[in-house]
Ligand binder design. Structure first.
Ligand code: AMP
Ligand code: ZN
Length: 138
């Protein structure tokens, strides 16, 4: 299903032009307008899903193989040393467009640092308590 008010629905379905690097029946892969590094791409399903929790399994199962294919092509064509696969869910996690998408971000030697966090510390007891909470909701 498409959402008529969703910009990524319009881009994914070709109603708004984009720098497309890949397209098949389920996905369009475009270059991000505000790239974190040269070649930063977004995998967009053609169907509207708000986030990963809404994504259908049949679409989800194709996402990681496609991310690997795009990343490998970036390494070959752009000479990046690696790439990050990033996917934000919810405003608190940095999601700004509420149509599921996956960022593929090329990483270059001596390029900008990104996708990093400061490691905290937890006791084994606190880890066990948190694990039990999440397990109870699965
Ligand atoms: P997120 O913060 O995970 O929701 O990522 C949204 C991404 O979409 C950002 O990196 C934006 O730069 C990018 N973006 C927003 N609008 C467009 C657009 N019209 N074409 C290409 N990229 C876009
Ligand atoms: Zn959409």
């Amino acid at each position: 299903m498409k959402d008529n008010n969703c910009i990524f629905c319009k881009i994914a379905n070709g109603e708004i032009p984009s720098a497309t690097i890949y397209e098949d029946e389920s996905f369009r892969v475009i270059l991000d307008l505000g790239p974190a590094s040269k070649g930063h791409a977004l995998i967009l399903p053609k169907e509207h899903f708000k986030d990963i929790c809404e994504l259908e399994d049949s679409v989800a199962s194709k996402v990681l193989p496609l991310a690997a294919k795009i990343g490998a092509a970036m390494k070959k064509s752009l000479g990046c040393a690696g790439f990050n696969v990033v996917q934000n869910n919810g405003a608190a996690a940095g999601q700004t467009v509420f149509h599921f998408h996956v960022h593929i971000i090329p990483r270059y030697e001596n390029g900008p640092s990104m996708v990093a966090w400061t490691q905290g510390e937890e006791t084994p007891e606190a880890l066990a308590e948190t694990a039990a909470k999440i397990k109870s909701a699965l």
